[in-house]
Design a protein around this ligand. Structure first.
Ligand SMILES: *Cc1c(COP(=O)(O)O)cnc(C)c1O
Length: 402
């Protein structure tokens, strides 16, 4: 597509680059990794894997946690453990990173995309209830989509950008129809929904520790659940479904989705600092809220009364009319000042990768995706760098308005 926008002005020389979000490695990572290397416990068995699992279970408030190689594999296994069958349908937030939707397809099932609500930009519980009650049919102990005839078996609410989704009403309607709830809590590690961690409300929850998440192991994931049989099954499936480790007897087709000890060691060091990371993200958010309050044409992130957000990614909506330029033009203007920002994800119901799913119109997510821009929010972001971001946005608003 050709654009007719003017060339952005060249940045002043010597201006420091402000990245969107970079990992923070300042704790015991080196010490723990060195211990793995010194003792030879580098691979898929080792004490850090178990320790990391315990730390995340304790943070999530669940009885069990199973470490995985990444968040996507945690979602894949969660769907299998929840009993999702090929050709089933799974309700999922459309405004999300693509991973949970891909995982639904790995399980051979189909996504049904649910729109966001306009206040906190999360899966809309009313749309979930509407779909299940108006567009599905209950019979023989199963719920089927009237249009496709497929069985609906699970719901994946994604807790987006650090703010919890309103999962209580979603779980209530899921229970009514025997659907399982898998919470993709990746972006909300350290958040609270009605005083309890995301991931602990549904049947099973997942986290990711990719480099851009609130804590990182480079790459890694976790499944959390209170169900002992599900935790055992998850461990079994992520470790090649091995029934006899000496004779190499495997009960079914499993997966090699283990997290290695070296990475779990990094995870332990990162978990030790999670609370301070969340506090820093929240103070960055509060500072943006103060600094940007008077800029017209911006809608700032909100926090529900029942939520404590991690503000994993600080995102604003840019109304081109009132602000003076679109979110994408603002991205370019900030880029010229060496400030990195990013739009949200293309809503997955519009993704070419998932064009085989039921086609629905989901206007709220589309509006949010068109207008949103995520601002620099690294844990290491300095106040002076943040002030530069705020000033550059205010300047762009003034320049665009005449
Ligand atoms: C990053 C992310 C994932 C995927 O995690 P990986 O570890 O990259 O596989 C899944 N869900 C959400 C919401 C994410 O943000």
């Amino acid at each position: 597509m050709k654009t007719v926008e003017a060339e952005p002005k060249a940045a002043e020389p010597g201006l420091e680059f402000v990245p969107l979000s970079v990992p923070e490695i300042k704790g015991n990572e080196w010490e723990y990794v060195k211990e793995c290397l010194d003792t030879g416990w580098v691979s898929s068995v080792g004490s850090y894997v178990e320790r990391f699992e315990q730390m995340v279970a304790s943070q999530a408030g669940t009885k069990y946690a199973v470490a995985t190689v990444n968040g996507t594999s945690a979602l894949h296994i969660s769907l299998l453990v929840a009993g999702v069958q090929p050709e089933d349908e799974v309700l999922v937030s459309t405004l999300t990173f693509i991973a949970p939707v891909n995982a639904i397809r790995y399980a051979g099932a189909w996504p049904v995309f649910i729109d966001a609500e306009p206040n906190y930009w999360q899966m809309d519980p009313e749309r979930v209830a509407h779909f299940l009650e108006q567009e599905c049919k209950w019979g023989n102990g199963e719920l089927r989509n009237r249009k496709t005839g497929r069985r609906v078996s699970a719901i994946i609410p994604v807790h987006g950008l650090g703010h919890p989704a309103d999962v209580e009403p979603i779980i209530a309607v899921a229970r009514k129809y025997g659907l399982k709830v898998i919470e993709d809590s990746t972006e909300a590690l350290g958040a609270a929904y009605r005083g309890k961690s995301p991931g602990s409300w549904g049947d099973i929850g997942t986290f990711s520790f990719n480099g851009n998440k609130i804590i990182t192991t480079g790459g890694g994931g976790m499944i959390v659940t209170d169900r002992e049989d599900w935790a055992k099954k998850a461990k079994y499936l992520t470790t090649q479904a091995k029934d006899d480790p000496i004779e190499y007897i495997h009960g079914e087709v499993g997966y090699n989705y283990r997290l290695v000890n070296v990475l779990a060691a990094i995870g332990c060091a990162q978990m030790e600092l999670l609370e301070s990371y969340v506090a820093k993200k929240r103070s960055i958010a509060a500072r943006y809220a103060r600094g940007l309050a008077d800029v017209s044409g911006l809608t700032l992130m909100r926090e529900a009364a029942w939520a404590e957000s991690t503000y994993w990614m600080y995102t604003v909506l840019v109304e081109p009319g009132a602000f003076g330029m679109s979110s994408r033009k603002l991205l370019k203007a900030l880029e010229s000042q060496k400030i990195q920002t990013r739009p949200l994800w293309q809503p997955i119901h519009l993704s070419p990768a998932h064009k085989g799913a039921q086609q629905l119109s989901l206007p709220v997510a589309e509006h949010l995706a068109d207008h949103a821009l995520s601002l620099p929010c690294s844990i290491s972001l300095s106040e002076s760098a943040q002030d530069r971001v705020i000033a550059a946005i205010a300047a762009a608003a003034n320049s665009g308005s005449h």
